[in-house]
Design a protein around this ligand. Structure first.
Ligand SMILES: NC(=O)c1ccc[n+]([C@@H]2O[C@H](COP(=O)([O-])OP(=O)(O)OC[C@H]3O[C@@H](n4cnc5c(N)ncnc54)[C@H](O)[C@@H]3O)[C@@H](O)[C@H]2O)c1
Length: 270
């Protein structure tokens, strides 16, 4: 159902890999709500070509960009303004990758060049997106920028490995840059901390299936779906949330404030 919440707004959406991607759902919902936007992903992620279907369905153009490359980002952001016909109102950073996780390397035995790669892709890329946007004066006053994160930034989930550290850094960038971008340009920056969700990035984490069931049982409302996460992103991009900035916003069915649930306790009864 469309309420035209994003009518007339222009955006850039990073990270739609396939139909499971959270960014994919955000693009569909943003289109439904009247936005126009550019889709982008790492050149290597476009080999499968799935993003072409999303571009067709949402009337969007695709600009490949490696989010760790400042040059690619400069090209992406300046071209996006040309294509969309003006400055940008919203940006979604939906990017995450850890080489240590991918290769099954234990947290206490990290390979540090892999750690640095994951940190660059998952966290520093957010600073790069923000810095390039600010330098190019690419975002309108009251524009809204959102990155996706996970509660392992605050609490230990052992198999999340170095992604936990990457997410802590990501959330810190949202606060620190949010101050400067707010004061100088009235641009707001937030992170949304999403429930575990069955996507390519999510299912790369060891024991993910069991974990998703545990999280479901530990959340009074159950795990939030990718579609619900997309709807929350739309709310954050809309003018209805203009004074929300520098926050880490939990979108997790109540998981973050729950110590234990009856469903979990019952599993321990004799
Ligand atoms: N799935 C979950 O359980 C979950 C939970 C909380 C937060 N998140 C976060 O949501 C975001 C989106 O992940 P997802 O679950 O939709 O998985 P996904 O695998 O669909 O998306 C991850 C995206 O990152 C892109 N990417 C990787 N390296 C890149 C680079 N160098 N430049 C540009 N893009 C690059 C990938 O191509 C992919 O599109 C991530 O930040 C993830 O950590 C996911």
């Amino acid at each position: 159902m469309s309420n035209n919440l994003l009518k007339g707004k222009r955006g850039i959406i990073f990270g739609a890999l396939n139909e499971q991607s959270i960014a994919w759902k955000v693009a569909e919902q943003a289109h439904e709500q009247g936005a126009t936007f550019v889709l982008t992903n790492a050149p290597i992620a476009m080999r499968m070509g799935e993003i072409n279907k999303l571009a067709e369905d949402t009337g969007s153009q695709i600009i490949p960009a490696d989010a760790t490359s400042v040059e690619d980002l400069e090209n992406l952001i300046s071209q996006s303004m040309e294509i969309l016909g003006g400055k940008i109102d919203f940006i979604l950073h939906s990017i995450g990758m850890s080489v240590n996780v991918r290769k099954g390397r234990h947290y206490t035995d990290e390979k540090y060049d892999w750690t640095m790669k994951g940190l660059d892709v998952s966290a520093l890329s957010f600073h790069k997106v923000l810095q390039v946007s600010k330098k190019l004066d690419a975002v309108n006053d009251w524009g809204s920028i959102v990155a996706l994160t996970y509660i392992a930034a605050q609490r230990v989930f052992p198999d999340y490995n170095d992604m936990a550290d990457n997410k802590s850094y990501l959330e810190s960038i949202a606060r620190s840059f949010g101050y400067h971008y707010g004061v100088d340009n009235k641009v707001r920056i937030n992170t949304i901390s999403q429930s575990p969700t069955m996507t390519t990035a999510g299912s790369g984490v060891k024991g993910f299936n069991e974990f998703i069931n545990y999280s479901e049982a530990m959340s009074p409302l159950g795990n939030a779906t990718a579609l619900d996460c997309a709807n929350y992103c739309i709310a954050m991009f809309s003018d209805l949330t203009r004074y929300v900035t520098m926050q880490n916003l939990f979108h997790d069915g109540g998981f973050s404030n729950t110590g234990v649930t009856k469903e979990v306790i019952d599993k321990f009864s004799d």
